[in-house]
Design a protein around this ligand. Structure first.
Ligand code: PGA
Length: 288
C-alpha cells in the first residue's frame, strides 16, 4: 500500500474508501495478523456524548472493515454504547474486570456481567491501574485468567516507566510483566489475546515512542512469547502500540514491522481522529 494512500487516510480523506481498499489488501497481502485498534475512553464522556461518539464511530466503519475496531467506554455506558454500535463492525470492550467470579466484592464488575451487556473485550493491566490504583502482577494475572476463562478477549497492557527505561531496565520489566501474566495461560487461549506495548512515559503525555524503540519493544515481546510458548504462536499474536497516538504520529508507528495497530486514549474521544487512526492502522499495518 503506497504512502500517498496512508497520507490521504491520515488527512481524514474518504476514510471508509481507504478502509475498503485496505480491506482487500489485507486478505491478499497479509492473510495473517488482522490489525487491531482500540479506543480507551478512560474516565471520560457522559451518557449523551458516549452515545454520540459510538454512533459516529459505527457510522464511519464499513461492513467490510479489515481491522478489529473496539471501543472501551466507562462501565455505566456499556449498554448504551452496545446499542449504538449494534449492526456495525465495532466491538464493545470494558476497561477492567474483577478477578473474582461474583459475590461480596463491592464496586467490582464481573466478566459475566460484561458479557451480559454485550462486551466481548476487556483491557487488563493498564498502566493507570498498575501505577495509579496499585494493581499487582498477581491480580493482573488473575484478571487475565478470569477474562479468558469467561469467554472475553483481552488486551493485556505492558510497558516500562521513564525511570525504568532510563535505568536500562525496560526489557526486563516488560519480560517480567509478560511472564507473570501468562504463567497460567495455555497456548490455546492466546488466540484471544492482544498485547499492547504502552510505555508509561508516553501515555497521555503527547510524547509518542520513537518508531525504532517501539519496534525493539515489540520484538522483545515476541521473543518473550516464543520463550514462553513457541515461535509460531509468538508470530501469530497481535502486538499493538499505545501512548499518545494521534493521526500525525500513527503513520510512522504503524509502518514498523511487527506493530499490528494501536490502543488509543485521548485521540479516541474524537470520532474523526479515531477513525483516521483506524484507517491508518488498516493501511499502515498492511504496508509494513
Ligand atoms: P493516550 O492513552 O493515547 O491518551 O496516551 C493511551 C492508553 O492509555 O491506552
Amino acid at each position: 500500500m503506497n504512502a500517498d494512500l496512508i497520507s490521504a487516510a491520515l488527512r481524514g480523506c474518504d476514510m471508509a474508501r481507504a478502509g475498503r481498499i485496505r480491506s482487500r489488501a489485507a486478505r491478499t497481502i497479509r492473510g495473517m495478523r488482522r490489525p487491531f485498534i482500540g479506543g480507551n475512553w478512560k474516565m471520560n464522556t457522559d451518557h449523551a456524548s458516549a452515545r454520540s461518539l459510538a454512533h459516529a464511530i459505527a457510522e464511519g466503519t464499513g461492513a467490510d472493515w479489515a481491522a478489529d475496531v473496539v471501543v472501551f467506554p466507562p462501565f455505566p455506558y456499556l449498554l448504551s454504547v452496545a446499542e449504538a454500535i449494534a449492526g456495525s463492525p465495532v466491538a464493545l470492550g470494558a476497561q477492567d474486570l474483577s478477578g473474582e467470579v461474583n459475590g461480596a466484592r463491592t464496586g467490582e464488575v464481573s466478566a459475566e456481567m460484561l458479557r451480559d451487556v454485550g462486551a466481548s473485550w476487556v483491557i487488563v493491566g493498564h498502566s493507570e491501574r498498575r501505577h495509579k490504583i496499585g494493581e499487582s502482577e498477581a491480580l493482573i494475572a488473575d484478571k487475565l485468567s478470569m477474562a479468558l476463562g469467561s469467554g472475553l478477549r483481552a488486551v493485556l497492557c505492558v510497558g516500562e516507566t521513564r525511570a525504568e527505561r532510563d535505568a536500562g531496565k525496560a526489557h526486563d520489566i516488560i519480560a517480567a510483566q509478560l511472564r507473570s501474566a501468562f504463567a497460567a495461560i495455555d497456548a490455546a487461549a492466546m488466540d484471544d489475546v492482544v498485547i499492547a506495548y504502552e510505555p508509561v512515559w508516553a501515555i497521555g503525555t503527547g510524547i509518542t515512542a520513537q518508531p525504532a524503540d517501539a519496534g525493539e519493544a515489540h520484538r522483545e515481546i515476541r521473543s518473550a512469547l516464543a520463550a514462553r510458548y513457541d515461535a509460531r504462536l509468538a508470530s501469530g499474536v497481535r502486538v499493538v502500540y499505545g501512548g499518545s497516538l494521534v493521526p500525525a504520529t500513527a503513520k510512522s508507528i504503524f509502518a514498523v514491522d511487527g506493530v499490528d495497530g494501536g490502543l488509543v486514549g485521548g485521540a479516541s474521544l474524537k470520532a474523526h481522529d479515531f477513525l483516521a487512526l483506524c484507517t491508518a492502522a488498516t493501511v499502515g499495518v498492511a504496508a509494513s
